[in-house]
Design a protein around this ligand. Structure first.
Ligand code: HEC
Ligand code: HEC
Ligand code: HEC
Length: 134
């Protein structure tokens, strides 16, 4: 660290360090952080609408590792094989959408909101449309 920077940090004190730490946390890793992810590997084939997963909405509430390590969601769109039976058994989305942490799996209409024909992928950029927009 240069002497000048050290001095400035010294003057601003812990508040500046806190701010620096907070901004680091917001460095974007991928567009998905700020967007919606459509999951449609099986949904439409099995007669329901594609799923719109508001990634940003979740990302600001939970740490990445909750989903991408503890719940086993691979960090690549379309790479996860999610069955409704898994969700009802408390895996993947069902770890939270269980009527305890969040509303439960019987609310089909809140997850299966994608417009028919929508392929799996990331929709939106620095915004999240939420359910039903895509
Ligand atoms: C918390 C979100 C959520 C809720 C609520 C939900 N689903 Fe799903 N569902 C998903 C996800 C995610 C997938 C995987 C989508 C894909 O990759 O095609 C899926 C897949 C499916 C599939 C295809 C795979 C399979 O297991 O056959 C069907 C059919 C399905 N859901 C029906 C329903 C019905 C009926 C309800 C309500 C009783 C419901 N879902 C409620 C998230 C949800
Ligand atoms: C509530 C669960 C949850 C949280 C929290 C979460 N993600 Fe995700 N993430 C998902 C799901 C679900 C997908 C889509 C997987 C699929 O399509 O099969 C995804 C997809 C991704 C992708 C894939 C994008 C692409 O281009 O293929 C990346 C990268 C990613 N997440 C990064 C992160 C990072 C970084 C964080 C924390 C800052 C985070 N996620 C937090 C559930 C989550
Ligand atoms: C780590 C916990 C967690 C996981 C995993 C998770 N969710 Fe959620 N989700 C929540 C919470 C908490 C809410 C807010 C519930 C509320 O407002 O009552 C929520 C809200 C939502 C909403 C409504 C967003 C809005 O704008 O109101 C949708 C849609 C949704 N989840 C879909 C999914 C789908 C699809 C999956 C799996 C791909 C998933 N969630 C996985 C915790 C989770």
């Amino acid at each position: 660290m240069s002497r000048r920077r050290a001095t400035r940090l010294g003057v601003l004190g812990p508040a500046a360090l806190l701010f620096a730490a907070a901004s680091l946390d917001f460095v974007p890793h991928a567009a998905a952080e700020y967007a919606d992810v459509v999951l449609n590997k099986r949904a439409e084939r099995e007669g329901v609408r594609p799923v719109v997963f508001p990634h940003w909405f979740h990302r600001i509430r939970f740490r990445c590792k909750v989903c991408h390590s503890e719940l086993g969601f691979k960090m690549r769109v379309g790479s996860n094989d999610v069955l409704m039976s898994d969700i009802i058994d408390g895996r993947f989305c069902g770890a939270c959408h269980n009527n305890q942490i969040a509303w439960g799996p019987e609310r089909c209409d809140l997850c299966h909101t994608g417009k028919p024909g929508l392929p799996s992928g990331i929709y939106g950029g620095h915004e999240t449309g939420g359910p039903g927009r895509w």
